[in-house]
Design a protein around this ligand. Sequence first.
Ligand SMILES: [Zn+2]
Length: 616
Amino acid sequence: MSLPVGRLLVAVLISLAVVAAPDGETPTHYRFSFPEPEHHWMQVEMTLADLGAAPLQLRMSRSSPGRYSLHDFAKNVYDVHAFAADGREIPMTRPDAHGWQVTDHGGAARVTYKIFGDWLDGTYLAIDTTHAHLNMPAAVMWARGLEDRPAALRFDPPAGRNWQIATQLHPASTPFEFTAPNLQYLMDSPVEFGPITMRQFRVADRAFRLAVHHAGAPGDVDALASDVEKIVREEGEIFGEYPAYDPGHYTFIADYLPYADGDGMEHRNSTVVTSPESIRGDRLDLLDTLAHEFFHGWNVERIRPRSIEPFDLERENPSGELWLAEGFTQYYAPVVLSRAGLVDVSSTARTLGSLVGSVLSNPARTIRSAEDMSRMAVFTDGGSPPDRTNWSRTFISYYQFGGAIALALDLTLRDRSDGRVTLDDYMRAMWRVHGKPGGSREGFVDRPYTIADAEMRLAEVSGDRSFAREFFARYIQGHDVVDYAALLSKAGFELQRPEAGRAWLGAVRFNESRGVVRVGSQPPIGTPAYEAGLEVDDEIQQLDGTRIRSAAEVAAVLQRHKPGDRIAVAFADRSGETRTAQMTLLADPAVELVPIERTGRPVTAPQRVFRERWLN
Ligand SMILES: [Zn+2]
């Protein structure tokens, strides 16, 4: 349902009135305008009153809810001015790179600044002639000490543009005015301001809105809305009910535009999903992301780790629980797509098989536990740093690691209870104790969980305290891995090693240039290449006595050997020092998950029942 143009014109006139605050406290007013959207900047005006005598400390955030690394959002802010109530400009100082201080304000101030943003994803700010897409921490200044004050926001559309707003902010008196009860809620509330195609549906007395900004046809959005509704219903089944969405609805904000960066970001009552792909071109991947982010409405937004509640906007937010917050969410997306009938069993097997493979074949799990991997998010969630790291062999994403743990726990619970207890029961228990009680203030969670809480809920659900202790100690805090092949066979899936007959020296990339072959990626610990002493940039001179001039020649040498064979490698390191070492080749450990019926063998009756209960 889009906003009629007639109403839009009326709205512009009305918006000149001041936006009322949601409660008695003095609101901080924000006004956003877009004089030159083609140059990707917006003008922000911020008005503050009742400041008392203390200096006004303005900040740009360094982190963004749902992101775990540090950012420098202040880097795109410029042309900053502060004015007193009488209109005179007040000088500002810069206490640090992320802040501005105003002392002589006389109790009220109007602050103006410009901010540039040209990156379309869930974290940054994107302004162009087609829309303004705001992730609040990347867009708005806020004042230290005034975090509990409400905010009143007003958006001025660029001249001649029929833009509408999709957001979880509370609607105010016009379609361009909104409020937030406090800073935590404001910062969690992204805004899409543009030519939105909106679809709405209701499930179990809850309102859901799908707001799409894309280059496709309106019919594509109808089809997407129908798929999203199935996802919403299926996830509601897992938890038994929906959260009470604060503004009265949940909003999926989707930007599917060729220049978007692929992303998905969860919020309490909305999500932002972005992709350079179209609805028609990449339907299943887009649905997977939507299913993932919607699941976060329970898991992380309300079933929330204590380590990130409340979210600190000025520093990184390390959490040892992201294997659960992100990983379990990662696991449920493909499971939900399967239960909703949106994917076939082979597709589900491929996705779950990749979770298993990422843990089984990666010795990094012997170095860092799932908890340790979670705490690495403050470094890894920001992308690749400029210097080299050894993450490729010491880090497994907590998405995949946690997803594989969720799979292990779900299958284990089902197996040991003959299907009576499942991971759904565990998620419901977490919801009941930690999520459903909600927060005494909007935007906050009063009963966030610790790792001990998460273990306790498993003890309760499984009815077995020692099982819960052992599972956490071995697979979450320790370095063990479950017998996935045995567990998956219960559901009629076979964990195959399709390349097991092939000789393998490790998952190593080789770069070739003008007849010189160099190691192009870090040999994983424990692989033949690692044991031989090979490192990035080393030049491979001979392998098994053959002079090496191309990566294809490396593959050819391996092809004529079998696992267990010993071959020599002669190489030069970056200093030019040459060495020769012996390598005992291993079997390629790559795994693939296959439904048993695809192997030509029948699915047994118990396997069929197990699989149906799990994935249908
Ligand atoms: Zn996530």
